[in-house]
Design a protein around this ligand. Structure first.
Ligand code: SF4
Ligand code: SF4
Length: 82
């Protein structure tokens, strides 16, 4: 999963771009639900939020390191639940 750092300027550009609905407005900055973020695996070649963020504040979450296979598995789990 990816996460949003405190450099987020609350521009709201990333939230509608997430194919998994993993991004939401938090108390101070936007936040990513690591259970829903597949790093866009299954949907796109590149993380859509990273593509649109104007301040580049969305790195990989060191607390949620996942392989591409694991991300694909998460994608299938999320899609099946829809
Ligand atoms: Fe959503 Fe993709 Fe960003 Fe993860 S990387 S939060 S799935 S847009
Ligand atoms: Fe924050 Fe970047 Fe999302 Fe804008 S696009 S709300 S700056 S994380």
């Amino acid at each position: 999963a990816l996460y949003i750092t405190d450099e987020c300027i609350n521009c709201d550009v990333c939230e509608p771009e997430c194919p998994n609905g993993a991004i939401s407005q938090g108390d101070e900055i936007y936040v990513i639900d690591p259970n829903l973020c597949t790093e866009c695996v299954g949907h796109y070649d590149e993380p859509q939020c990273v593509d649109v963020c104007p301040v580049e504040c969305i790195p990989k979450d060191p607390n949620h390191v996942e392989t591409k296979d694991e991300l694909m598995e998460k994608y299938h789990t999320i899609t099946a639940a829809l």
